[in-house]
Design a protein around this ligand. Sequence first.
Ligand SMILES: [Zn+2]
Length: 280
Amino acid sequence: MIQDIAPKTFNNQFKNRKAQPKDLFLSYKGDKILVREDKNKLWYPSFLDFEKNFPKLIDRSQFLFTIDDINYYLVEEKGLDDLEGWVYADTGRFRTEPKYWRSFAGVVGWQLNRWYKNNKYCGRCGKHTKASINERALICKSCGSQIYPTIFPCVIVAVYDKNRLLLTKYKGRPYANFALIAGFVEIGESLEDPVRREVMEEAGLKVKNIKFYKSQSWPFTDTIIAGFYAELDGDDIITLEEDELSLAIWVNREDIPTDELRISLTGEMMDVFRKGILDL
Ligand SMILES: [Zn+2]
């Protein structure tokens, strides 16, 4: 999966540390990220690369995280792509870039960039917020409000019936591969509640034997995903929720499509069921 970057290590611990010239930085323009493409790989800029043309850049950077001993910072600056060789590339590339650690850095930075941008003003009193020097938080000095990064919990459910798995396709998505039942956790719910609710809402089916499998951070949509297997309970006739799904079908184990990229928990859960290597 996209977060499996071993032997490299992702460290999200906050540091109040001034950037150094050799540190890397991430810069976004909407859903695009500043990169240099060389030998079919994405490279992120260091402050050294931009020192001559943007000498103040280093002072306006925000610490993000570390991968191994490389520190990543966030920068918001216009005109960086005027420098030869640097372009804003679509973050959709993260879904296909084979070096997962680079994709993972870019997509986690993208989530943090959204959070910083969306919280420049306090939601309670409307005044400017400021980054805390003690932790990853934005502080409103006017009313004392503290704002932490936004993470939405959601579940995906692999519904099975003996040798068959329930596969879906979502409507209006640019990456319309086969998916599993999925949905956000509502206020007041446990993680298991939306498993039952979403399967009923999206496919009109009942489930039993709900078993947690693994979780995954999915920074593309600011979510943390909990993946469950659940066994069909009773009637197998699907009633499709047509507002959200374009398709929901039972697929025999041997006909389940393989996911070559393996960046998502959905892909891994489909693969594990196809191979029959899980004791359900
Ligand atoms: Zn405030």
